[in-house]
Ligand binder design. Structure first.
Ligand code: HEM
Length: 495
């Protein structure tokens, strides 16, 4: 009996020591570090609210162990800006899902790190510019997709329609036009398969519907090795791998057309040109390594540029149905500024309420609640008095920033007018596209899409709640992004 008590005592003592003292020297304090799971259990569900709760307890900078990985959560905009403008905070963590999709390396635009990522990002930003993203040429492409969607939605007028499925194809088409030089027909089976597979990956649908499980798998990769079937890791990986043959087909077609004298029409052409030009063996554009890079960049753009913008538009149209007064004010602005002619991006500066509405949707839902994890590329000895080891995962807690009462006053209320109040400069605090070295390179294009689809659809239609049905739930579903629940609205033609 005494022996058992002593063993229990020693065990609890060891646990206590591990939880509170087994941290690097001068690491920010935070929830206890338990063996194996670290501080993950204290996050709870959904994680973005857990991060917020912990910020209220431990302050704007706290340390949390994610399994065995040290992590630091920054919940104040100044802290996030200080970190994210620093090269040493601009790596991505070497987590298994980020590595396995690109043959064990941190490759591509989203999950790349170091010199290779810098080279790819520089290329992408230049290519986006050459292709007219955020300017006239891309504007015309978006305008075409808006009109195509308007004519499709005419067929849905008068009966309940799932708002979650309005936008994805139109958004992918606008982007793909610039990336791969073509648009899909709405019922193209290849497109449907690609959207479904990337959806699997982004929403972790193949892993599990609960939000906690993917977090566990992210940070405890040994579980996926031990139980590849039960953990559904194999399915997750299969979804990635099933996307590659279609993307490879587009590359092959472009190569054939280029040798037959094809011009530099789109991003694939520009990338192939870069591969041809590159003679430095160490470059990420060199030879077969370059071609693999292109495959990953296409995957990155399909995921980053499709799901994000279409999910934000879905949220926007749900808010429009829930708040008819804002819808009426936008339509009033459309009637005054545009009238009956087709809207264009030139109208944007003269439509401040539309901009305010879009900003408020972006703020309220903050689909990238924690952005994409950053990590430290070396030990940092001097970050606001703390020491962070190499490979510390850095979470920008943007959800907290966008719901901080000290900044927004009443963040829980949906209030586009807050962006129009004279003497305030609220969009300075809005960082949905992140900040610093890894800021979203698609922001200008995404904002053009949000503007054009909002204005183009509201010029022709009204969106209403389904009479007699429960009001749509405006709490997000947690996945890689914060998505809306499946919801229906009624589309009516404006008189
Ligand atoms: C409303 C739509 C969008 C939102 C809210 C959004 C938000 C974000 C966020 C939060 C990040 C992570 C930044 C960081 O790590 O600090 C990001 C990265 C990225 N986004 Fe977007 N994005 C959107 C649309 C787009 C579009 C349309 C494109 C492509 C044209 C795009 C391309 C990318 C790429 C390539 C990255 C990786 C950048 C890097 O790691 O260097 N995004 N985006």
């Amino acid at each position: 009996m005494i022996v058992a008590v002593v063993i229990l005592f020693l065990f609890l003592g060891a646990l206590w020591y591990f939880a509170f003292h087994c941290r690097p020297a001068n690491f920010p304090s935070g929830p206890p570090r338990l063996p194996i799971v670290g501080g993950l259990l204290s996050l709870g569900n959904p994680p973005h609210l857990g991060l917020r709760r912990l910020a209220q307890k431990y302050g704007p900078i706290y340390g949390i162990y994610c399994g065995n990985y040290p992590g630091v959560v920054l919940s104040d905009l100044k802290l996030i800006k200080d970190a994210f403008k620093d090269d040493r905070f601009s790596a991505r963590p070497p987590l298994r899902p980020f590595l396995e999709r690109s043959w064990g390396h941190r490759k591509g635009l989203i999950f790349g790190s170091g010199e290779e990522w810098l080279e790819q990002r520089k290329f992408a930003i230049k290519a986006f510019k050459e292709l007219g993203m955020g300017s006239g040429r891309a504007g015309a492409v978006i305008e075409g997709e808006v009109q195509e969607l308007v004519s499709r939605l005419r067929g849905e007028v008068g009966h309940p329609t799932a708002v979650n499925h309005f936008f994805h194809i139109a958004i992918v088409n606008a982007l793909w036009h610039l990336v791969a030089g073509f648009r899909y027909e709405y019922d193209d089976p290849k497109l449907q398969a690609l959207i479904s597979l990337t959806g699997d990956v982004v929403r972790f649908r193949s892993l599990d519907s609960s939000s906690f499980w993917p977090n566990v798998l992210f940070f405890m990769p040994w579980l996926t090795r031990l139980f590849p079937e039960v953990s559904r890791w194999n399915r997750f990986l299969a979804s990635f791998r099933a996307i590659f043959p279609t993307l490879q087909e587009y590359i092959t077609q472009h190569k054939e057309q280029r040798t037959a004298g094809g011009a530099d029409r789109d991003l694939i052409d520009l990338y192939l040109q870069q591969i041809e030009k590159t003679k430095d063996e160490k470059s990420s554009f060199f030879g077969t390594n370059g071609e693999r890079g292109l495959l990953i960049v296409l995957l990155d753009l399909f995921v980053a540029g499709g799901e994000t913008a279409s999910s934000n538009l879905t949220w926007g149209f749900l808010f429009l149905a829930c708040f008819p007064e804002h819808q009426a004010r936008i339509q009033d602005e459309i009637d005054r500024v545009i009238g009956d002619r087709l809207p264009t991006l030139v109208d944007k500066p003269r439509m401040p309420f539309v901009e305010a509405f879009i900003n408020e949707v972006l703020r309220m839902v903050t689909i990238g609640a924690m952005s994409i994890f950053h990590s430290t590329s070396e030990q940092i000895n001097d970050f606001h008095g703390y020491t962070l080891p190499k490979d510390t995962i850095v979470f920008g807690n943007f959800w907290q920033v966008h719901h901080d009462p000290n900044i927004w006053g009443d963040p829980q209320n949906f209030k586009p007018e807050r962006f129009l109040e004279p003497g305030t400069n609220m969009h300075e605090n809005l960082r949905v596209f992140s900040t610093g070295k890894r800021i979203c390179p698609g922001e200008a294009f995404a904002r053009d899409e949000l503007f054009m689809f909002t204005v183009g659809l509201l010029q022709v239609f009204k969106f209403e709640l389904v009479p007699g049905a429960p009001k749509p739930c405006l709490d997000p579903v947690q996945a890689a992004t914060l998505r809306s629940h499946e919801s229906q609205v009624i589309i009516r033609l404006r008189q």
